[in-house]
Design a protein around this ligand. Structure first.
Ligand SMILES: *Cc1c(COP(=O)(O)O)cnc(C)c1O
Ligand SMILES: [Zn+2]
Length: 416
């Protein structure tokens, strides 16, 4: 195993060795993992992939881990759900939900990136792992740190959702709430990486970490019957996931696993933190950083690391981007739950509501295949909906009280 050639600067193309590096020392461009695709093409087939276990490591030749993965053996291969009920409401026949709200073990797509990052951290010989998180990443680094017997420190804005804090504390590791938004936490973590020499998954291991997101794309293609989808709607925080789904589809085409890679990409953000969608819509050259103000905390990154590249990828693919208000995202959460029985978090609400907006404005064609990327679980962001739901009806254990409820329900349906 081991098809990684090294790291390459996205800007100037300089090559770097397989080390815990993330920026080019000549031009400060981001580094990306590069592979020996000829060697992979010579051995990898659909049949080999299909013969392997239902987890991200079925695509191991395309991941930057040389030996046996150290953690995350059950991550990935989440359902691709044909969304007939939601499709009916939106007027789309071929609508699918890629449902990472049930990813193992911490219920978001971040388990994919962390499984790769911590397996790599082990190969590099780190004993302490860390991250700057908007919530889900911290949950996942903490859980995998325990699996892999690392020490760990998780840094998060002090004001994120209760369930995301508890979902990190439960693993008994070091949790630090910082009085700042994510962008401040991230800057602090860059200093920590320099001073303490820890593996900070989204700082000094970022090139390796980000590759884990490709598995979300490989799975969509495989689950569609080895076909690239026509349209994919993706929530964006730093803008990495959307780029890596695109990279995944392009790689599969390059390796001869699929016949074409003509996929259009659509980015979704909350209006209260929309530096990338804003730049697409206004056709700006540069991303303007913003101060986040939205309940969609998991995607509230005001200065997105991959903002520029994701904006370019969206435009080149023939896609588009849009954003929705906090009220609209709550409607999106409820719409998905009430039609498909899937309870997603605020980021998923953003993606569903943005998809609806893009369909209604004609940017997404109703007669083609559309994938909605649901990346996180609604039980982690209950604050978002708690005041927007009916209260349960409380009764005594008496059948007559049930009769009253059923009668009332009948009358209400009759009135509609
Ligand atoms: C982190 C996150 C994203 C966005 O990821 P990026 O790769 O930073 O754009 C989307 N959805 C959820 C639930 C997340 O936690
Ligand atoms: Zn460079």
């Amino acid at each position: 195993m081991g098809y990684v050639k090294g790291l390459k600067c996205r800007e100037c193309g300089r090559d770097y060795p397989k080390e815990p590096l993330h920026v080019c020392s000549f031009c400060f461009g981001p580094l990306e993992v590069s592979y020996d695709y000829d060697a992979i093409k010579a051995i990898l087939t659909r049949e080999i992939i299909e013969s392997r276990g239902p987890n991200i490591w079925r695509y191991k030749e395309l991941l930057p881990v040389d030996g046996i993965p150290h953690v995350g053996h059950h991550v990935g291969f989440t359902p691709l759900v044909k969304a007939n009920n939601l499709g009916k409401i939106l007027g789309v026949d071929k609508l699918y939900i890629k449902n990472d709200s049930v990813n193992h073990p911490t219920f978001s797509f971040k388990d994919r990136v962390v499984a790769v990052a911590l397996s790599k951290a082990h190969e590099f010989g780190f004993d302490t792992v860390s991250c700057a998180t908007t919530g889900n990443l911290g949950n996942s680094v903490a859980a995998h740190a325990v699996q892999g017997n690392f020490k760990s420190y998780i840094f998060m804005p002090a004001t994120i959702e209760q369930s995301k804090i508890i979902g990190t504390l439960i693993y008994g590791i070091n949790v630090v709430g910082v009085n700042s938004n994510y962008d401040g936490v991230n800057r602090l973590c860059s200093e920590i990486a320099d001073k303490y020499g820890w593996a900070i998954v989204n700082v000094n291991l970022r090139p390796y970490y980000a590759e884990g997101s490709k598995t979300y794309g490989y799975e969509i293609v495989e689950q569609l019957g080895w076909k690239a989808p026509q349209h994919v709607v993706v929530p964006m925080a730093g803008g990495s996931l959307i780029l890596k789904i695109q990279k995944a589809i392009n790689e599969m085409y390059k390796l001869g696993l699929i016949d074409n890679a003509k996929t259009s990409f659509y980015g979704a953000q909350a209006t209260g933190c929309s530096p990338i969608t804003g730049a697409v819509k206004e056709n700006l050259d540069a991303i303007r950083p913003v101060k986040p103000n939205t309940i969609a905390h998991s995607i509230a990154i005001g200065n997105p690391a991959d903002g520029h590249y994701s904006k370019e990828a969206i435009k080149e693919s023939g896609g588009w981007a849009d954003d929705v208000t906090d009220d609209e995202l709550v409607e999106g959460i409820k719409l998905l739950a009430e039609t498909e029985g899937i309870f997603t978090e605020t980021a998923g609400g953003v993606t569903v509501a943005t998809t609806r907006k893009l369909i209604e404005s004609g940017k997404l064609p109703r007669d083609e295949t559309i994938i909605i990327c649901v990346t996180g679980n609604g039980l982690k962001t209950q604050e978002a909906v708690i005041d927007k739901l009916n209260k349960p009806t409380i009764i005594n254990p008496d059948i007559k009280e049930v009769d009253k409820i059923v009668e009332k329900q009948k009358n209400e349906t009759a009135m509609v």
